[in-house]
Design a protein around this ligand. Sequence first.
Ligand code: ATP
Ligand code: MN
Length: 545
Amino acid sequence: MNTRTEPQRPASFDLSAYGIEGPIVERNLSPAALYERALIHGDGARIADSGALIAYSGDKTGRSPKDKRVVRGESAQEGGEPGIWWGPVNIPISQRTFDINRSRAVDYLNTRARLYVVDAFAGWDPNHRLKVRVICERPYHALFMWTMLIRPTVEEVRGFGEPDWVIMNAGRFPANPLTAGMTSTTSVDLDFHGGDGTGEVVILGTEYAGEMKKGIFTVMNKLMPERGHLSMHCSATADPRTGASSLLFGLSGTGKTTLSADPERRLVGDDEHVWTGEGIFNIEGGCYAKAIHLSKENEPQIFEALKFGAVLENVRLDEADHHVDFDDTSITQNTRGAYPLEHVPNAELPAVAGHPTDVIFLTADAFGVLPPVSRLTPEQAMVHFISGYTAKVAGTEQGVDKPEATFSPCFGGPFLVWHPARYAELLAEKIREHDAKVWLVNTGWTGGACGEGERIALKHTRGIIDAIHRGLLGEAATEEDPVFGLHVVTEIPGVPSEVLSPRGTWKDPSAYDAAASELAGRFRENFKKYEDGVDDAVKAAVPGG
Ligand code: ATP
Ligand code: MN
């Protein structure tokens, strides 16, 4: 009798439906198990003295917004699904190009010894959540998505069934730029499967983990408006007494994550939310904070959350004590930390909250002319939402090294699927229905343009946000700005008044006037492409219009 026991092959999760049959597949491993895999199987990972897993994303250390491609559906000949915002944000590709990229990803994944599957949810509202499956090679990517998606209970895993959306991450392997319809070796491809609510994301040529979370956000930006709900690139907090929420919209680097880490409020989420008829819900199960110059003193909540179970991306550590140097930008300005909401003591779990009382647009004005805070009329709210003015701050996108002024509709242009007007209409409706106040907050430069002036002090911005949340600005003194027509708040307890009126912070007021009218001109120029879709009252609210 042969008593020799065969070495036990670890139970492998079945991915044959995707044409993946070679690798050992492990599903929903715990953070501890993923740490082990990351260290043992050559993921290049390290462990920080705080307990966080440090991982490196390779060449790409930011998103690749020029490489997001979307399958143009059946009606391609007629121009694709009506209403989709085709163009540089949603580059159309044929089903065949998608299939070639997908099979390239599958072939590559099949060559790997081991793969990881994460089955989890996007969306805290059970009525709207998506079942998401991530298939990836790197343990760090699995841990990242385990952190950023909503972790299922044991019961939920058992009853998971087939996912609604699948992300195939073959980011270590390039796309073939010779493929028809392809221009680059990097591609984040979405296939909406003809619009039945399910689909696939295929990633080639980038290992930046943020592509996966923003891929799912893009999916929600398609599905939610179809159901009459507004998906939003914003952070959200809730009033601990009333449960009402407040939203902070803004492009990368404007302060969504930083300002939502607020000890006076409950944290709902730092980046992606949906506003439904019931209130708001967070799409994600974690936060993804910039880690550059992170300090315990300035951002204690984020600092403390980067412990065991968190992922620190592209940071360097001291070889002796494994202490992370958050000031080291030798790999990238866009160092990041991902941590589950449970790491934040004041997180609101489940991450849902009531309708917003305040909607705050954050802009990091690189010209240094917009006031730190102003109250917007409903028409101005539309203008600023559709314009989405800000500075692109160094880091999050590949190739942006110094702040540059830009416009990105809905404060999230790269993630939109429909024409911006569709989101703007939903926002206008919801603001009206729930009587939310709208504010424009400049977290950017003061005393001069970027390079000359300086970034507005975080403590002043925090003072402004506090005052809004306490309802102190409803009756506060305002002054009308002659160039932008903004109702500038000029007095806030705890914030020096000289800070609140930008003209006075410039050495040369006439230089301020010139910069202000130049920026107003840029607003006017940029808004031209949206003019046809808005009514006259909104057109009249365009700066310099
Ligand atoms: P992303 O969409 O890429 O996640 P974000 O909107 O969440 O971007 P944050 O991660 O909050 O942006 O980044 C804001 C950065 O700017 C932080 O590093 C923060 O410390 C810094 N900062 C400096 N001054 C201010 C200010 N006055 N208000 C907000 N943030 C500031
Ligand atoms: Mn953020």
